[in-house]
Design a protein around this ligand. Sequence first.
Ligand SMILES: [Zn+2]
Length: 286
Amino acid sequence: MLIYSFHVYQWPSVLLSDLAKCMRNFIWSGDTTQRKICTVAWKVVCKPRDEGGLGVKDPSLVNRASLLHLSWKLLTSNDHWAILCRARFLHHGKPKANYFTSSVWYGLKRYIQKIYDHSTWSVGNGKNIFFWIDKWLDRAIFEHWNIPPSLHDSLDMKVSECIMEGSWCLPDFLVTRDPDLANSIIKITLPVEDVLDRLNWHHAIDGVMTSKLAYTFLAGTGNKIPWHKLVWNVYTPPTRSFITWRWIHDKLPIDDNLRKRGCFVASLCCFCKQRAESSNHIFLSC
Ligand SMILES: [Zn+2]
């Protein structure tokens, strides 16, 4: 039920933050209400293991990724709900400026432009692609020609209007004014059969956005670390892996770290009774 709600509605940030807090507390203390002081930063915990984290999914990011994916389906699906939503909420493929009393659309509309920014249309029958506005070449034609945004609403020509019996039939003024652009259009091979236009997500090999790809896109990718397979593997019990992972991040609750966080403790290594307790001393030099 929670996941279903995540996929459809934008959750209030306070609720998401409370949910993350419960997850954080549970990881460190086993109790959703008990907070610990020596903990690895939440943004590090949420990184994948090969980037030094635990691979925990941040609820706020899961919510945003789910909505991004639903927005993608709204733009690309041919299910009845998506066709209905496109007709109701979009004008020339872009969100209408009107206010809609829809709790779902409120969470989706911010992602529509983001999807267009990271996608390119493949031409099929050209009926869904706006000739001037949509990106179906290396960039939209209005950018090539520097057409001001105030005129975009009137540019409602579809690509299908430039296709006659399976061949390109470009307007004369376009060929005359910009022969290079006309050439690059004519080089696009048109399908023999009447197939639908297809929006291709740049960050997917097959051009289709999945929930996982949506999450990866929003989370971004960081630097890979070389030690994750030494720490996380089938031969090491998870509790040992977790302690090693905390040690690498220098977040074990030993005297040295407790002092840094304001706890006044008299520190003495419990093994040699000669030096103060610190991560490096206990694990490397005691
Ligand atoms: Zn010692």
